[in-house]
Design a protein around this ligand. Structure first.
Ligand SMILES: [Zn+2]
Length: 398
């Protein structure tokens, strides 16, 4: 990114460096000024001026270090956790999770509510969100700045305006989620609505097992199979925001009918229903309980076919995207250890060059990956222009 600074004004350079410093604090936690100097290559007086600016804006806290050492110890700089936060929502098929996520990435408070039925009425869900938000904001630290709202949903989301075109497992078609949020939670700031696997990919890329990887495929499987793809360090969204729907990549044209209308999509072959069927269960049986009864990979023979389809799909993605890591999240994280041999055998058939560079990984984040990713999509503009972003929020609130 530094290469783009040729010809930049002094103010642009300062904004860029403030962003770099805040990113270090937000993603890495407390750090000494000396370490910031080492990490950024900036000189000591510049780092001192920048951290002071971040502290004045309410985004960082500077502290004299405790403990003994030789020479004058370096001032410690910490993200100001109660200075700014994002409101994050994770809409799932069966429940809604809402949280205040602080600068620095910690979940400061969290609420959950179950939906009353399988295809929840959007109005009822947004009434629920409004109530959860009121509870969360009542607990938020006084004086903290709300930077905006991020929402993750298992569906296809239009990037430009947060319209959910299709969320098959919730029964939603063309629901204007961002507009409904704006009506229910006015004044909370910019709203970002995204696919849950895309949000999970952002979280794994910034804070999980994909940290340091610029090219990553994140798979999130439960009812369906979602995907989020990071290319050159950025989320791939496609022309309208609909990119990364790997679950609807046809792998078996003679396979079962998918919710999207086609046959043999990847999610019909490796999704929850396929796993339940392979383990002798009935549709609707709890897949986690059935998988827990499979004691080891050696006794996972009934899952062999699913392992093969998993490996074929991953091989396709490796050939197309040349990722350095493929993360198997959700249901796939329980499946992968049981079918690792079949997956490896199928992956062997992928092109040698990209296959040699890829590793398969289990997620580094817990079940809150989509929630954290939703929060990170709110923090992103702050990390590009910390002072400007805070000034805009204060102007809005005035
Ligand atoms: Zn499909």
């Amino acid at each position: 990114m530094t290469s783009s600074l040729a010809g930049a004004t002094q103010e642009e350079v300062r904004r860029h460096n403030l962003g770099r410093l805040l990113r270090i604090l937000h993603l890495g936690g407390p750090v000494s000024r000396a370490d910031i100097t080492r990490l950024t290559g900036l000189n000591r007086s510049t780092v001192g001026a920048l951290t002071t600016d971040l502290a004045r804006a309410g985004l960082a806290v500077e502290r004299d270090p405790v403990g003994r050492g030789v020479g004058r110890p370096s001032i410690m700089v910490t993200p100001h956790e109660s200075g700014a936060f994002a409101l994050a929502f994770d809409l799932r098929v069966e429940r809604t999770i809402a949280a205040v996520v602080s600068l620095g990435g910690a979940v400061a408070s969290r609420r959950e509510a179950r939906h009353t039925n399988r295809d929840p009425d959007p109005e009822a869900v947004f009434r629920q969100l409004e109530r959860l938000t009121a509870e969360l904001l009542a607990d938020a630290p006084a004086g903290a700045v709300c930077l905006g709202v991020g929402l993750a949903i298992p569906g296809v989301v239009r990037h430009s305006d947060g319209l959910v075109r299709f969320a098959p497992n919730m029964g939603w078609v063309d629901v204007p989620v961002a507009a409904m949020l704006e009506a229910r939670i006015p004044g909370a700031g910019p709203i970002v609505v995204g696919n849950d696997a895309d949000m999970g990919a952002i979280a794994e890329h910034l804070r999980g097992v994909g940290r340091g990887s610029a090219n990553m495929v994140f798979l999130a499987g439960q009812v369906g199979v979602g995907g989020g793809i990071i290319l050159d360090g950025r989320l791939m969204v496609g022309a309208g925001g609909y990119g990364g729907e790997v679950g609807h990549m046809v792998v078996n044209p003679g396979g079962r009918r998918c919710r999207c209308g086609r046959r043999g999509c990847w999610e019909t072959e490796i999704g929850e229903e396929a796993v339940v069927r392979a383990l002798g269960g009935q549709p609707g049986d709890p897949v986690d309980a059935l998988l827990a009864e499979v004691p080891s990979a050696a006794e996972a023979g009934r899952l062999g076919e699913i392992g093969r389809w998993l490996g074929i799909g991953v091989g396709n993605l490796v050939n197309v995207f040349n990722p350095d890591v493929v993360v198997c999240g959700g249901l796939l994280s329980k499946l992968l250890p049981l079918v690792a041999d079949q997956v490896r055998d199928e992956l062997e058939a992928a092109l040698t060059a990209p296959r040699e560079q890829v590793r398969l990984a289990l997620p580094g984040m817990d079940r809150d990956a989509a929630l954290i990713g939703a929060a990170e999509s709110v923090f992103a503009p702050l990390l590009d222009d910390p002072i400007g972003c805070v000034e805009r929020v204060r102007e809005r609130a005035a």
